[in-house]
Ligand binder design. Structure first.
Ligand code: FEO
Length: 392
């Protein structure tokens, strides 16, 4: 990433990862990502806010050298995950005496991850202010976006909020500033869905608290910087709200066509009833797309065949994911088929403990659906319509 001045004496010195396609060996990154690091410079000193993923260390130090930085006295570690803190050890080696500004929880993480010692740190408290040259900064703790130690850095004079993962997007782009709103909307929503959604209630409180801070610029550590903070703030308010959309999502898989026939029929019946519905065939669904659908949908219907005695492994994965992400869905149901028996339905239900949903009547059939089975799906579609009418 080319070094760019984002505000007077504040530079973006991070790196773009155009080719990364998986995060944590789990999360797809179809658009790559960036690891944003910010450097505050005064006459003879500098301070970093976050670093970059260790895979981009050479580019990171190249950028710092380009600014002819001779001394770095502080590196603010807003988050302990390695894509932001992974180069801190090397910063300390290259700039002896540099202190890591972090809260106690982040200190503990970095001591374990990077084998730093207590002497490496300057410990901060929530709300603490800190003066670097003439720049005043305030540290705002925002636990659980998405780890327990996460905090933000606010510059009151410039009204800049550095947010690390919060408001981030996995989007590799040469544009420093948010501009392509459509691409950014999807990247930011995917990011929220995959990483932030399980912490929706915490984020609701953080958004409320942030209203006290006038902000002109939101500078996350992934993706573009927001010159128009309300763009992302408004979407976050919508995503974390308790409001659901009257939509049905159907993650499913089928081995011999029975479950697929049931899903096709249910989709058709819901469409006839003017209900928005999207099936997600799990053999080729990007789990990030499924996660995005989970942000808003009122109803989840899982469709599975029975493998030996239980659900198909792809459905186990999708169900586990749904449960992990804790979407705000209000209703859930299970449809599918079996050959000779099993407990597919019970196994799926046991995996949905985190969801606060009203259960729909399951439609579990033997073999390929018969007329009476399709009738049960008619009733299920009717029930979904009734349920959605209850939503404001
Ligand atoms: Fe971008 Fe939680 O690290």
């Amino acid at each position: 990433m080319a070094v760019k001045e984002i505000s007077k004496d504040i530079y973006s010195v991070g790196a773009i990862d155009w080719n990364r396609r998986l995060f944590d060996e789990l999360i797809p990154l179809p658009e790559g990502t960036s690891y944003n690091s910010y450097l505050l410079k005064n006459e003879d000193d500098a301070l970093l806010i976050d670093t970059v993923d260790p895979s981009k260390m050479a580019e990171f130090f190249h950028n710092i050298n380009e600014l002819q930085v001779k001394k770095i006295s502080y590196v603010v570690a807003q988050h302990g995950e390695q894509d932001h803190s992974g180069c801190i050890g090397e910063v300390l080696k290259r700039f002896p005496g540099c202190k890591v500004i972090a809260n106690r929880k982040c200190m503990d993480i970095l001591i374990d991850e990077l084998h730093l010692t207590e002497e490496n740190f300057y410990e901060i408290k929530d709300g603490e202010t800190f003066l670097f040259g003439e720049e005043e900064m305030q540290f705002i703790f925002t636990p659980w976006v998405h780890w327990p130690e996460t905090f933000l850095t606010y510059l009151p004079k410039k009204k800049i909020l550095f947010t690390c993962d919060f408001f981030g997007s996995h989007l590799a782009t040469s544009e420093l500033w948010a501009s392509d709103n459509t691409a950014l909307y999807f990247a930011a929503k995917r990011y929220y869905a995959e990483i932030m959604m399980p912490f929706r209630k915490n984020i609701q409180k953080h958004l409320q608290m942030l209203q006290e801070f006038p902000v002109d610029l939101i500078a996350p550590s992934h993706g573009p910087i927001y010159k128009n903070p309300s763009f992302i703030l408004d979407y976050y308010q919508e995503w974390v709200s308790d409001t659901v959309r009257k939509e049905v999502i159907i993650p499913y898989i089928s081995m011999h066509g029975s479950t697929a026939a049931m899903v096709d029929y249910l989709v058709e019946q819901l469409m006839k009833r003017e209900v928005k519905v999207t099936p997600y065939h799990l053999s080729h669904t990007d789990i990030g797309v499924l996660a995005m659908a989970l942000v808003d949908a009122a109803t989840i219907v899982l469709g599975s065949p029975t493998v030996i005695t239980g659900p198909h492994p792809q459905i186990v994965f999708a169900t586990y994911l749904c449960n992990l992400l804790r979407p705000k869905a209000r209703f859930a149901g299970i449809i599918g088929s079996f050959g000779w028996g099993g407990k597919m339905e019970q196994d799926i239900l046991q995996m949905l403990g985190n969801l606060k949903v009203e259960l729909l009547p399951s439609v579990i059939i033997k073999g390929f659906p018969r007329t009476e089975d399709f009738h049960k799906l008619d009733l299920l579609a009717d029930q979904i319509v009734v349920n959605h009418q209850k939503i404001e």
